[in-house]
Design a protein around this ligand. Structure first.
Ligand code: DAH
Length: 339
């Protein structure tokens, strides 16, 4: 009996079928009431007691092999059959949906493009920074109230390690490695401990600019920023510089552009003033040069920093900052034309 089971096992292993009918015929041949495996099982009672265990195991193995084999033939056949019937080779293909660039990427690339035409190259720094690069090297004194200007995320148990609150930290990263002339822009993500709303978020993006050389003046800064504003918002854009304060620049200024919506006449976006604030800037403070290993008697510089979301809002009138990080495809698709 064992020999018979063994040869049936081999037989079952090699079964083939080309249609549903052939598979059904195999099932009947082996597994139906009158099938050969069923007959073998009926014969089992005639097996001598001392062989029952061994033979029983083998018969069970044969039966489950046969069931598996027939099921797998069925599966193969079913897949082939439905795939083939469902295939309409004359049908036109579905249009492939193309992705779009994120609006912040579009605006960032545009900013990079404008400044690279003016000879600025790209620089980067880490988002998880130390206190030195974010504050101390940027002339924020230990007890300087300006440190409170920005709500900082600290790494628990490492008060010296923080998430950078501005891309100005990259100024220091570059200066410590490179002597002037330096002409860089640094785009990147920054973090502030703010409650998330339509007008504020706990992370956003900035582009920092830094130019250090001999004989750099405020006029150079103003000229570069005017050109940037015209390239970004249109040839008829005007700029206005207002005195301001930052620890890392002296003198410092904030720059407004003529309102992109009403062209300076006054509307709800510019709150009737005709102007929109877009960036902070100034002449690099001599302390910052010295703290970062650059001789302030030989070199001067200017710096500026702007928020990418802010520029994108003005260009595309996005009313809610949260849209930028929610990845709603309907929102992202609106920028298809700008890609
Ligand atoms: N770091 C400033 C901020 O986050 C922006 C800024 C202002 C950057 C003036 C500068 C600058 O480089 O000169 O608000």
């Amino acid at each position: 009996m064992l020999d018979k089971i063994q040869s049936m096992l081999e037989e079952v292993e090699n079964l083939q079928a080309n249609s549903a009918e052939e598979i059904e015929a195999l099932r009947i041949k082996y597994l139906s009431k009158k099938g050969s495996i069923t007959a073998l099982m009926a014969d089992f009672r005639n097996v001598p007691a001392d062989q029952k265990k061994e033979v029983g195991i083998k018969i069970n193995e044969l039966k489950s092999k046969a069931m598996d084999k027939i099921n797998s033939l069925k599966e193969n056949f079913a897949v082939q059959d439905t795939e083939w019937n469902a295939l309409d080779i004359t049908r036109t293909a579905y249009p492939v949906g193309l992705g779009t660039r994120h609006p912040l990427t579009i605006v960032k690339n545009e900013i990079i493009d404008i400044f690279s035409r003016l000879g600025f190259s790209l620089a980067e720094g880490p988002e998880v920074e130390d206190d030195w690069h974010v504050f101390s090297s940027m002339n924020f004194a230990e007890d300087h109230p300006a440190r409170d200007m920005q709500d900082t995320f600290f790494v628990e148990s490492h008060p010296d390690i923080i998430l950078r609150t501005h891309t100005s930290s990259v100024q220091s990263r570059v200066m410590e490695k490179q002597q002037p002339p330096i002409r860089i822009i640094c785009p990147g993500r920054v973090y502030r401990n703010e409650a998330i709303s339509a007008r504020a978020h706990c992370f956003f993006h900035q582009v920092e600019g830094l130019y250090i050389d001999k004989d750099v003046s405020f006029t150079d800064l103003k000229q570069v920023l005017l050109l940037f504003a015209k390239e970004m918002f249109g040839e008829d854009t005007q700029i206005r510089l207002r005195p301001s304060y930052f620890p890392f620049t002296e003198p410092s200024a904030e720059m407004d552009v003529s309102c992109t919506l009403c062209k300076g006449k006054g509307c709800s976006m510019c709150k009737g003033s005709g102007w929109l604030e877009i960036l902070g800037c100034g002449m690099v403070h001599p302390n910052v040069l010295e703290l970062n290993g650059i001789d302030s008697t030989k070199y001067k510089g200017y710096a500026f920093g702007m928020g990418i979301e802010r520029i994108a809002n003005l260009k595309y009138q996005v009313k809610d900052l949260r849209l930028f990080s929610e990845n709603d495809v309907r929102f992202l698709k609106e920028f298809e034309a700008a890609n």
